[in-house]
Ligand binder design. Structure first.
Ligand SMILES: Nc1ncnc2c1ncn2[C@@H]1O[C@H](COP(=O)(O)OP(=O)(O)O)[C@@H](O)[C@H]1O
Ligand SMILES: [Mg+2]
Length: 435
């Protein structure tokens, strides 16, 4: 702090000093010393000399003393022979006003009266030495600069320190970042970017932890089943027993394969550089088509209806991501709905909104945020387990890449409602992932 402040202060003060010194120098160089404003003095001297010529020479001294007394200006009669300096004398000889330097920073203006006398009037020169007031003003000026700099620099240095401390802590196996930097700070945007970056790193680390936990869990189960089936096959008496074990092993391999596919699919969406392929699509046909495809895989008693705002034939999105998103929501709904699922799409005030409602048990209020995290499943025990808890995490990422968001709430049908909204004009390459 002190070092920063002193450095900047000295720099500014030195710059000011050099600039003002240079300015003086330049002004001096370009101004002629003879151009000082001595015309009023010349007029006064001329008038006085004229008046003196009207009184006898013997009374000149009294006359000059009287004028000096009346005006308060120092003036005297000098004898010409007391005047030193050839130049001054020739000037006086020509009848011009000459100046004679006296001791204490002031000078005398001289005007020849006759061969013997010269009239001298004290002329005030700008003081060569600075007075006390001027010195105090200068000090005040530099102190004001110091104060202003201090006011400006102090919070900056304090916030930079805080940021530095938080950054150092952050690297040190502590993945939460909190620097006490308020929105009025000069480095608030920097701190905000930092906070976002930290949150993103934190999220990535957490999701990788979840992912490796879940993957190892999800792989271990089919692996141990496979081991068991292989032992069975080794002891099998008939070819048909071997075939039976092999078909179980095949199913377990398929399960692992599915997990790998799902994990990779999610990992791709987690990357920082997903390239979106945004184009206009006709949702009045797209959404019913996706709904029909899902319906073919669902229980026959389930009713899926699609309500698409008329005129929604020009909706901009990445159609691949949109299809993934809607299918994930619909497949979930077919698992939980009693009999009815309703898809609604509308565009309002520049925002697209997709709703997927069902009449199932819904999602408890306290889990409505958590379900979107990767590998989170609410009812592992209910025997309805099909996926890996990645579906809603994929939905969340897909909509974030469109610059939007997805939330869970309660549907008017009584079950779960998933609501995805995104701007009608998503721009390509938008980073939907923010802290
Ligand atoms: N429509 C729904 N109704 C009730 N619960 C749901 C619904 N959709 C999702 N869930 C809950 O959210 C959890 C996470 O869903 P998801 O991420 O798709 O994972 P998965 O489908 O693999 O279980 C599900 O396990 C389920 O508990
Ligand atoms: Mg799912």
């Amino acid at each position: 702090m002190a070092r920063h402040f002193l450095g900047l202060y000295l720099l500014i003060v030195l710059t000011l000093a050099v600039v003002s010194w240079g300015q003086d120098r330049v002004l001096q160089a370009y101004s002629n010393p003879d151009t000082r404003d001595d015309k009023p003095m010349a007029v006064a001297l001329f008038a006085l000399a004229n008046q003196l010529h009207e009184v006898p020479t013997g009374r000149w001294k009294d006359f000059v003393a009287a004028v000096a007394g009346k005006t308060g200006v120092d003036m005297e009669l000098f004898a010409t022979r007391d005047i030193a300096g050839r130049e001054t004398l020739t000037k006086l000889g020509r009848g011009e006003v000459a100046y004679m330097q006296a001791s204490a920073g002031d000078s005398w203006a001289l005007q020849r009266l006759n061969d013997d006398y010269v009239l001298a009037v004290k002329a005030f020169e700008p003081a060569a030495q600075r007075g006390l007031l001027e010195w105090s003003l200068t000090m005040l000026f530099y102190a004001a600069i110091a104060l202003v700099l201090m006011i400006w620099i102090w919070p900056l240095t304090r916030d930079l320190r805080a940021l530095e401390r938080a950054a150092a802590l952050f690297g040190n196996r502590n993945w939460s970042f909190d620097a006490p930097i308020g929105p009025h700070s000069q480095i608030y945007p920097l701190a905000r970017t930092f906070r976002r970056m930290a949150a993103r790193i934190d999220g990535l680390i957490a999701s990788h932890k979840d992912m490796s936990n879940a993957v190892s869990h999800e792989i271990r189960t089919p692996l141990s089943r496979m081991q068991f089936e292989i032992e069975l096959a080794q002891q099998a008496a008939t070819v048909s027993d071997v075939r039976h074990s092999l078909s179980h092993i095949k199913a377990d391999i398929a399960a692992i394969d599915e997990l790998v596919k799902a994990t990779l699919g999610y990992a791709i969406l987690e990357r920082a550089d997903v390239a979106l392929n945004i184009a206009a699509h006709n949702f009045t046909t797209l959404i019913p088509a996706i709904a029909d495809a899902v319906k073919r895989d669902a229980r026959p008693d389930i009713l899926i209806s699609a309500h698409v705002q008329s005129g929604a034939d020009n909706v901009r999105c990445d159609v691949h991501l949109f299809e993934t998103m809607l299918k994930n929501l619909l497949y979930n709904a077919t698992r939980y709905a009693r009999q009815e699922i309703r898809v609604t799409f509308e565009t309002h005030a520049g925002m697209n909104r997709l709703l997927v409602d069902d009449d199932g048990p819904g999602i408890p209020e306290e889990d409505r945020q958590r379900v979107f995290e990767s590998f989170v499943q609410l009812d592992r025990t209910a025997g309805r387990k099909t996926g890996f808890g990645l579906g809603l995490a994929i939905v969340k990422r897909a909509i974030e890449w469109h610059g939007g968001e997805v939330t869970a709430s309660q549907a008017p049908l009584g079950g779960a409602r998933f609501s995805a909204t995104w701007p009608a004009e998503p721009y390509e390459g938008r980073s939907g992932i923010s802290g």
